[in-house]
Write a protein that binds this ligand. Structure first.
Ligand code: TYM
Length: 338
């Protein structure tokens, strides 16, 4: 079992990142550790330069993201925790895979289409080739499980296509080089939506801070954001079917279920027939109880730059070692003399 996943150190991590991905980093880290497998979690800082950014902010966010992940339960004693920029093999393998990835495949990526919008010509080359780097990230470590939210599923399918084509083109049938990675997507929290618009994904780039709950929000802010979350005037139904077509209600009930570790049916069993006046304070309190210990631990860790850099340096050295054989084998398979 090889668990591999990444998160961009841009902006503040939010509830979508937490429920969609980070909770599963911790779960799979523990499962891999117990089964004698390995877990690699990295900060995708090389991905972060694909869009306009402030270098000083990227440095600060990178350290803060390490503190956040550790505060959430990612344990550097069980997980190789590092940033891509300290492991040149990610960028090297991307170049080697650029010969295999097809323009048409990248042109179909919905995230490229969404982010580029009508201004494709004005985008960085990195934004377009970004999914090839993402493929390199997981193929380098022969990942089996990749914990991600729903929005990364297409990128993982691309990673599988690249791996498959490379294996077909450059390897014999009995000795494929790359393992095909499987996305690991939580059914209940695959796509946490904005608190202001139940049809838009909760995202770091949404201009409204009220649209998301950041993992570092204090209790008052969390309660306020939940109270102001968009809803409809109807009471909650007592079964899941009747939630359909009520995007905001569905999202809030889904968040409650994911955090409480209960099914949506069970949550509706408790709150069916009641209005949001009763449900929102319960949800707010549940979020505060879950996030307060994370926030407290984050505040303890975030200013100890030396300790955070030491975690990254140790993780990077382990990651460089772990990726070496696959990178060497890729050069060899392509006939590159070194
Ligand atoms: P990023 O930094 O946008 O998000 C990190 C993780 O959080 C998940 N996520 C969500 N899940 C549910 N609901 C939401 N509203 C929500 N918003 C974000 C994402 O699916 C992701 O799992 N390209 C990636 C980073 C990356 C990566 C990789 C991931 C680079 N290389 C290799 C996996 C494997 C990204 O930008 O994630």
């Amino acid at each position: 079992m090889r668990v591999v996943s990444g998160i961009q150190p841009t902006g503040k991590p939010h509830l979508g990142n937490y429920l969609g991905a980070i909770v599963n980093y911790v779960k799979l880290q523990d499962e891999a550790h117990a089964a004698g497998g390995e877990c690699f979690i990295f900060l995708a800082d090389l991905h972060a330069i694909s869009q306009p950014h402030d270098p000083a902010e990227l440095t600060r966010n990178t350290r803060e993201m390490v503190a956040t992940l550790v505060a959430c339960g990612v344990d550097p004693a069980k997980t190789v925790l590092f940033n891509q920029a300290q492991v040149p093999a990610h960028a090297e393998l991307q170049w080697l895979l650029n010969g295999t990835a097809r323009m048409g495949w990248l042109n179909r990526m919905t995230q490229w289409k969404d982010k580029a919008g009508k201004n494709r010509e004005g985008q960085s080359v990195a934004l377009f080739t970004y999914p090839v780097l993402q493929a390199a990230d997981v193929l380098l470590y022969q990942a089996t499980h990749v914990p991600v939210g729903e929005d990364q599923k297409q990128h993982l399918e691309l990673a599988r296509d690249i791996a498959q084509k490379f294996n077909n083109d450059f390897c014999t049938d009995d000795a494929p080089l790359f393992t095909l990675p499987e996305p690991y997507i939580p059914p209940a929290a695959a796509r946490i939506m904005s608190l202001r618009d139940g049809t838009a994904k909760m995202s770091k780039s949404d201009p409204s801070d009220m649209s998301r709950i950041s993992l570092t929000d204090d209790a008052d802010t969390i309660i306020k954001k939940v109270k102001k979350a968009k809803t409809d005037p109807e009471p909650l139904p007592d079964n899941e079917k009747e939630l359909e077509g009520r995007a905001e209600a569905q999202n809030l009930v889904g968040i409650y279920a994911a955090i409480a570790g209960k099914s949506v049916e069970r949550v509706l069993g408790e709150f069916g027939g009641q209005g949001f006046g009763a449900f929102k304070p319960a949800l707010g309190q549940l979020l505060v109880d879950t996030l307060a210990p994370i926030n407290a631990r984050f505040l303890e860790l975030k200013d100890d730059q030396e300790a955070l850099d030491a975690i990254l340096a140790r993780g990077a050295s382990q990651a460089r070692e772990a990726g070496r054989d696959t990178l060497d084998a890729t050069y060899r398979a392509l006939g590159l003399v070194r």
